[in-house]
Design a protein around this ligand. Sequence first.
Ligand SMILES: *Cc1c(COP(=O)(O)O)cnc(C)c1O
Length: 352
Amino acid sequence: MSEAALLSFYPGPSQLRPSVARHIADACASGILSRNHRSPEFVAMYARMTEVLRDRLDIPADYHILTASSATECWEILAQSFGALNTLHIANGAFGQKWADWRKAIAPNTWIHRFGPEQSLSLNDLKIYRDSELICLVQTETSNATQVKSGTLRDIRRHFPQALVAVDATSSMAGIALPWLAADLWFASVQKCFGLPAGLAVLVCSPRAAEVARRLGERRHYNSLIHLLDMSARHQTTHTPNVLGIFLLEKVMAEAESIHQVSHRLKDRCQQLIGQLERRGHQPLIANRHVRADTVLALRTTPEQLQQLKSTCAQHHILLGNGYGPWKDNTFRIANFPALSTADFERLYAVI
Ligand SMILES: *Cc1c(COP(=O)(O)O)cnc(C)c1O
């Protein structure tokens, strides 16, 4: 029982939504996990999943909804399928950099624009990359808890009307409302804001990106975007997928409120959370509040305080997120994901 009672504020894999255990039992009982992924039962379930996801997340009707195994796989799918396009990666942290590095290993026509975690992304600095045909960036950089605002994404679209835009929204999709039309490719793995077990990712693709992929004609990989699009048109996948993950995704989204309500609630809660932590002497890692993420918070502390904090939390079966990379010893992170309730945060405030 004590293991089941773990309350995790880790920003991925994150606290599961409370209904997940029940849905896993239902999935087992329903027989879907033992059915072929070409069966009418699977096809109907997959179709329901995309329908409910589109509705709750307010995804445009003409955008394709695809699945993959992870956000990392989505990096690779895009690098392979759009390898021919001159590509600009914009990065201010570890995930953005890793994505750029993988792309560069596959396709050398890759440029990386770095900006500081305290900086707002400046459109002026991007002028020199006018010839970009694909622009890749991370909406919420989980490593340093910063985000690129919707207005900036729309500005990028306006300044690069000819380019495709791809956005890693792993730590924000299903948490905050995303400006879908400002980009062509959006993806997220489900162990962050979706509050599900890892092993599944959602990849959203605009009609224009689908058209470009078809024009480029890259079909050498089982997970080439063209194959994913062809299979998803029949509510199927290229390979035996994570059927349990897809089942759970449909169930938790069917229970979820509209993303606009969720988004409001999380943004409010983020402000409360910062206030509560500041009162306890923990300052946000990122001083510039205009670039701080809504869905994940990084807080400064000292190595001694951090040890103390972690052991106190551990005694109460609470897990905090470690600081990332260079900030391992003097920061911690707290997820502000939809699976966590007000009561969960009250439990945290009572302990720290
Ligand atoms: C967690 C994370 C990833 C990696 O997700 P995987 O499911 O491990 O591939 C990629 N990008 C961002 C922004 C993340 O937070």
